[in-house]
Every structure is written in C-alpha cells, then in structure tokens.
Design a protein around this ligand. Sequence first.
Ligand code: HEC
Length: 159
Amino acid sequence: MDKLKQLVVSVAVFLGLFVSGQALASKLADQSGSDEPLGSRSIMSPAKIDARTQPAAKVCLQGEDCASAQPAVAAGSEEAKSPEEIYNTTCAACHGTGVAGAPKVGDKAGWTSRIAQGNETMYTHAIKGLNAMPPMGTCATCSEDDIKAVVDYMVSESK
Ligand code: HEC
C-alpha cells in the first residue's frame, strides 16, 4: 500500500467513525427519557409513535369525558353592537361616500341643515325613511333605539 492510499483509507475510516459516532449520539439523545433499551433497532417506542401521530383534533361526543373540558358557551352571549359598529356595517355604505345624496359623515356642511331640524326629525327620518334613505337604514337587527344612537353617533362625528 502506498502512502497516498493509506492516507485516503485512514481518512475514510476516520470519517466513518465520526459519522456513526454522531448518529449514535443523536440516537442516544433521542432516547433519553424513554424506557427503551439502548441498541434496540427502533428509535421510538409504539407509545411514542402513537403520541406523535395523533390527529390534530378529536371529535368529542356529548356525554363523553372529554366534553366536560369544553368551555361552556354562555347563553345569549351575542353582544349588542355599538352605534359605531352599526354605522360601519350598515350606514357607512351610503353615509361614508355620499351615495344618492346621503349626507356624508364628517362633512360638517352637509349636516348643518339636518341638525337644525332637531334630533327628533332626524330620528324619525332614519327610522321611517326619507326619499333614498331606507327605513332603519336597512339594519334588520336594529331596534329604534339603536338607530337613534347611531344617528347621535353620526351627528357627533359630523359637527
Ligand atoms: C342606501 C343608502 C343609505 C343607507 C344604507 C343609510 N342611509 Fe341614511 N340617508 C340616505 C340618503 C340618500 C339620505 C338623504 C335623504 C334625503 O334628504 O333626501 C339619508 C339621510 C339620513 C339622515 C338625515 C335625515 C334628515 O332628517 O335629514 C340620517 C339621520 C340618516 N340618514 C341616518 C342613517 C342611519 C342611522 C343609517 C344606518 C342605520 C343610514 N342612514 C343608512 C341613504 C342611506
């Protein structure tokens, strides 16, 4: 064997030892905490495999133990919307842009004459409708008090 060959072989042997040493080390690290005997061919115990391959979610039937862990949904938990939310979800479609001559919220000049009519007139127009202004501003879930509160909100934003 000439010197070069010898060198190549010893480097290869060294690398081989190094790599298998690394593999063994990571194998050992992986097994820490498991009750498996060292040197066993499988790295993971069946229990560990089960734990890792569990579905992300489980269906829990009523009456099953797991069901008690669910947070109870409070009855009537749907919260009332604030005037601002109602404005943003229903009225802003017209009053945000001024569609069909709707007075734009924030446009002081557009509201002065309407404010001058007094709140009651504006409430009535908002609730019953006025020309292109639809009754209740199309808000099907709003009460008349909701509409009045939204009118107050729109006016306060436009003064
Ligand atoms: C489909 C478009 C549209 C929607 C949606 C709408 N409005 Fe209007 N609104 C109008 C128009 C157009 C006018 C102007 C009517 C006129 O003076 O001829 C108006 C006018 C008004 C006025 C002034 C009334 C007056 O006496 O001068 C108020 C207050 C008002 N709207 C409130 C609301 C509220 C509150 C909502 C939401 C709950 C709403 N509007 C949704 C189109 C709309």
